[in-house]
Ligand binder design. Structure first.
Ligand code: OAD
Length: 248
């Protein structure tokens, strides 16, 4: 069968009793919406060099080039809609007593799908901030901030630290989860890639959803091979509250 037929019985047993659930998503969750991933045959990093486009040094050297790349990526996002995977994760807020959605994605599609509290580890491509004073760019402002700094996309570049609040919420959620999902991520970019390992070490049942194996696969309690738009509804729908008996 196209997406494999794994035995879900152990998963369903654990998931039905789980109070705390955390989910880490990567570029793969947006692939079915038409957003390119970073790695793999069609990946952005196959065609473009990260060190020329996604580092603070690249921006200091050539802000115009870096802006061109981000305008190109913003262009890709125009008219893009969330898919079944995003929508399922938005509904999953109703299932668990505590639910933390952590994403490496900067596309904002989880929020468009209705997720109300998304931990954005790598920022958001739809926002800009000043590279000197951190002020957000207003609608009417040009490329220069009043402080003399330059506006840049509000994303985390290679060599930069992750937003401290986001990383601390993500680590806490991974370490206290009963159930953890690693969805659509190659699990190679740290510190995000550490989260499934932390969850596993702390005793969570860890599910991986990915058409391809990753370095984490051998440790996953359940690994389902296929697109997240296919698998997430199959994994989450059986847990959805019935007859209004949800978590308020
Ligand atoms: P990658 O491009 O590294 O990996 C995407 C993963 O999604 C791969 O493992 C694919 O097999 C999987 N995939 C593809 N289609 C899928 C689908 N329909 N459903 C589920 N999975 C699918 O993306 P990330 O792991 O997110 O960082 O990359 C991590 C970070 O590297 C990004 O946040 C970005 C990048 O450089 C920064 O920009 C800081």
């Amino acid at each position: 069968m196209e997406n494999g037929e794994p035995d879900l019985s152990r998963y369903l047993e654990v998931a039905h009793g789980a109070g705390r659930c955390a989910v880490l998503t990567g570029a793969g969750v947006s692939a079915e919406s038409g957003v390119p991933t970073f790695r793999g045959e069609q990946g952005l990093w196959k065609e473009y060099r990260p060190e020329e486009l996604a580092t603070p040094e690249a921006f200091m050297r050539n802000p115009e080039l870096v802006w061109e790349w981000y305008e190109y990526r913003r262009g890709i996002l125009e008219g893009i809609e969330p898919n079944e995977g995003h929508r399922t994760l938005a509904s999953a807020e109703k299932i668990f007593e505590e639910f933390t959605l952590i994403t490496q994605n900067v596309d904002g599609l989880h929020q468009s799908a209705g997720s109300t509290d998304v931990v954005e580890l790598h920022g958001n491509i739809r926002r800009d901030r000043c590279n000197s004073c951190d002020a957000r760019r207003g609608e009417e402002q040009g490329r220069e901030c009043a402080c003399g700094g330059l506006f840049r996309p509000d994303v985390v570049w290679f060599g930069e630290s992750l937003p401290p609040d986001a990383i601390s919420r993500a680590f806490h959620a991974a370490q206290s989860a009963d159930l953890f999902f690693s969805v659509g991520t190659s699990t190679v970019v740290y510190p995000a890639a550490q989260l499934p390992y932390l969850a596993k070490e702390a005793g969570a049942f860890v599910v991986e959803v990915n058409p391809e194996p990753t370095p984490f696969t051998p440790l996953a309690d359940l690994s389902v091979r296929g697109p997240s738009g296919y698998w997430l509804p199959r994994l989450m729908d059986p847990l959805m509250p019935r007859n209004g008996q949800g978590v308020d």
